[in-house]
Design a protein around this ligand. Structure first.
Ligand code: SAM
Ligand code: DTB
Ligand code: SF4
Length: 329
């Protein structure tokens, strides 16, 4: 199922057929009315040595972004408390680093991870490349998930990033998995890639063994000053099709409707939930760019009859009678 032709055949199905298949898979493994709410916290902002053409935090471009040094652990824990009070079940800490270096800064991140997990929040980190030992220390401190995106196809990757390779990315993901952390890995649509690049990305993710636990699908947020600042937005129906294919290829994963929601209509987002997306970032800001406000999102969820997924371990499969109850049947 992971070869390009069969993935393309799914993607090209008439939309009602593709959506139906995605919904069947979604219901087999998840409560279709539950949405996981995560909050992002940028813990070190800007001055990143990597040259990712989409990223406002790269030191290679001038975007007018306010750089911020590493936040101290107590401030991060306070942000966690606030995210929790706002309804989030997971805090994802992001640092504009190429890789983690051992020393005082990493020790401080470990202290923050400890503090946030003690609040009862799930902790996710995204700090760039990691060694096996660093992955183990994060796990030990209470981090449960590591985000590290493949972003696009192997072939298109060098068009977007020259300071690291696809294999660097895969090697970090393998270390994360070996340390017993959950893997969160996805990509961005709208970098100038073709449909086949998007499908190859999904094929790469689906071929990971085990598959990622969560798959963030970002729509590029074009930021002035980055090489991709003037990019054309992805067609919403193409976006929805990618969500549906991700759901079918990775039945158990949380598929996260990530960056780019401020430019999406409520109707497009609703289609994404129908296609199998079951997680969003909650809060006014992603790392450095805007996200729909919390109250707008809660209102949208209410309009759609969706409810927040509680924190904690996810059942492997949702029983059909549980589904009926949560659907109000
Ligand atoms: N530096 C670490 C790394 O690259 O893994 C962690 C932070 S980095 C900002 C996390 C992810 O954010 C990237 O892999 C990319 O998918 C996403 N991202 C960054 N800038 C974006 C943008 N302008 N639009 C959409 N997604 C973006
Ligand atoms: C992911 O795939 N999307 C989030 C999270 N993982 C870390 C980050 C999106 C960042 C969007 C650009 C910004 O706000 O700087
Ligand atoms: Fe740095 Fe991550 Fe941005 Fe690339 S995506 S420039 S690695 S912060």
């Amino acid at each position: 199922m992971t070869n390009l032709d069969s993935i393309r055949a799914l993607y090209d199905l008439p939309l009602p057929e593709l959506m139906f298949r995605a919904q069947l898979v979604h219901r087999e493994h998840h409560d279709p009315a539950a949405v996981q709410l995560c909050t992002l916290q940028s813990i070190k902002t800007g001055r990143c040595p990597e040259d990712c053409k989409y990223c406002p935090q790269s030191s290679h471009y001038h975007t007018g972004l306010q750089d911020e040094p590493l936040m101290d652990a107590a401030t991060i824990v306070a942000a966690g408390r606030q995210a929790q009070a706002g309804g989030a079940s997971r805090l994802c800490m992001g640092a504009a680093w190429r890789e983690v270096r051992d020393g005082a800064q990493f020790d401080s991140v470990l202290a923050a991870v400890r503090g946030v997990s003690e609040l009862g929040l799930e902790v996710c980190c995204t700090l760039g490349m990691l060694t096996g030992s660093q992955a183990g220390q994060l796990k030990e401190a209470g981090c449960s998930v590591y985000n590290h995106n493949l972003d696009t196809s192997r072939e298109f990757y060098p068009e977007i990033i020259s300071t690291r390779t696809y294999d660097d990315r895969l090697a970090t993901l393998a270390r994360v998995r070996a340390a017993g952390l959950q893997v969160c890995s996805g990509g961005i649509l709208g970098l100038g890639e073709g449909v086949d690049d998007r499908l190859k990305l999904l094929g790469e993710l689906a071929a990971l063994d085990p598959q990622p636990d969560s798959v963030p699908i970002n729509a590029l947020v074009p930021v002035e000053g980055t090489p991709l600042g003037g990019s054309t937005p992805v067609d919403p129906i193409e976006f929805v099709r990618i969500i549906a294919v991700a759901r079918i290829l990775m039945p158990r994963a949380m598929v996260r409707l990530s960056a780019g929601r401020t430019e999406m209509s409520d109707e497009t987002q609703a289609l994404c939930f129908l296609a199998g997306a079951n997680s969003i970032f909650l809060g006014e800001k992603l790392l450095t760019t805007p996200n729909p406000g919390r109250s707008d999102d809660l209102r949208l969820m209410q309009r759609l009859g969706l409810h927040p997924l509680a924190a904690g371990p996810r059942p492997a499969a949702v029983e059909s009678d549980t589904l009926a109850v949560s659907a109000g049947a």
